[in-house]
Design a protein. Structure first.
Length: 256
């Protein structure tokens, strides 16, 4: 299985406006890379560039994405999407077709892995159980509107796991959820990294999440990475003023 996903020298722009400039990152199997930084810093666009799913109007002017040192062309990136590279977004509802049952979503995804019929059903139920549905049998017949946000995010993660991705890109996966459910989803992601050796890119605004899950931290500001450190040294000796400000705000909130 693939070991390391790298983007180097990424430049993104909308017309003449540079949005991301010279971003380089490596995501390793079994590790969590947390990406932090002010709103509009370019975290989501960087994530989307890894998937070759940039929004209309944003183009990649430079940079290479590689897997285990092999540079990928666009077809190579498209082939990775879903299979090697899973994507978990902030609003899980947007990832489901509202008119299609949860079970059908799984059938379609598992068919891409060559699983159909009873084998597909067993795998679906196993994955639903693995992400925390205690009665997975009841889930497939439901429609997205019948699941809460937290249940949908679990279902989205299970759907992503159908294809055994080596890496997961999670862009603020818990922002829309209440605190208890946030903690459950983070536990789940943490467990997937530990048990399946998934490499997780986790975009978050929450430093307690970083402290809990991350091995490495990258801080983005105005389209560049202003700091990248192992998590321990990031908390002990943040270098960039933005990192210090983030840590000061965090400590004021939690240590008062
Ligand atoms: N489709 C688009 N067309 C033009 N500019 C865009 C587009 N999408 C994003 N941008 C701009 O690119 C910059 C980076 O956006 P991005 O969404 O990556 O930020 P972010 O770090 O994810 O922010 P947040 O923390 O708010 O999610 C912002 O200035 C944003 O306005
Ligand atoms: Mg974003």
């Amino acid at each position: 299985m693939s070991r390391v996903l790298t983007v180097s020298g990424l430049h993104l722009a909308a017309g003449a406006r540079a949005l991301v400039q010279g971003v380089s990152l490596s995501l390793r199997r079994g590790q969590v890379l947390a990406m932090l930084g002010r709103s509009g810093g370019g975290k989501s666009l960087t994530t989307l560039a890894l998937l070759d799913l940039l929004p209309a109007g944003v183009s990649r002017l430079g940079g290479e994405v590689s897997l285990d040192g092999m540079v990928l062309d666009r077809a190579g990136q498209a082939a990775l999407r879903g299979a090697t590279l899973g994507y978990v977004q902030q609003a899980p509802r947007a990832g489901f077709n509202p008119l299609v049952s949860i079970g059908r979503h799984f059938e379609e995804t598992l068919a891409r892995e060559g699983l159909r019929g009873g084998a597909a059903r067993r795998r679906m139920l196993e994955l639903l159980r693995d992400v925390g549905f205690e009665a997975p049998d009841s889930v497939p017949r439901l429609y997205p509107s019948q699941l809460s946000g937290g249940m949908l995010q679990r279902a989205m993660i299970a759907l992503t796991l159908c294809r055994n991705p080596a890496f997961l890109l999670a862009d603020e996966p818990t922002t829309d959820l209440d605190l208890v459910v946030q903690a459950q989803i983070l536990d789940l992601l943490d467990r997937l990294v530990a048990e399946r050796g998934i490499g997780l890119l986790l975009v978050t605004h929450d430093l307690s999440v970083v402290a809990r899950l991350a091995d490495e931290v990258a801080v983005m500001e105005d389209g560049t990475i202003v700091e990248q450190q192992p998590v321990r040294s990031f908390f002990d000796t943040p270098r960039h003023p933005r990192s210090r400000a983030l840590l000061a705000a965090h400590r004021a909130l939690y240590e008062s």
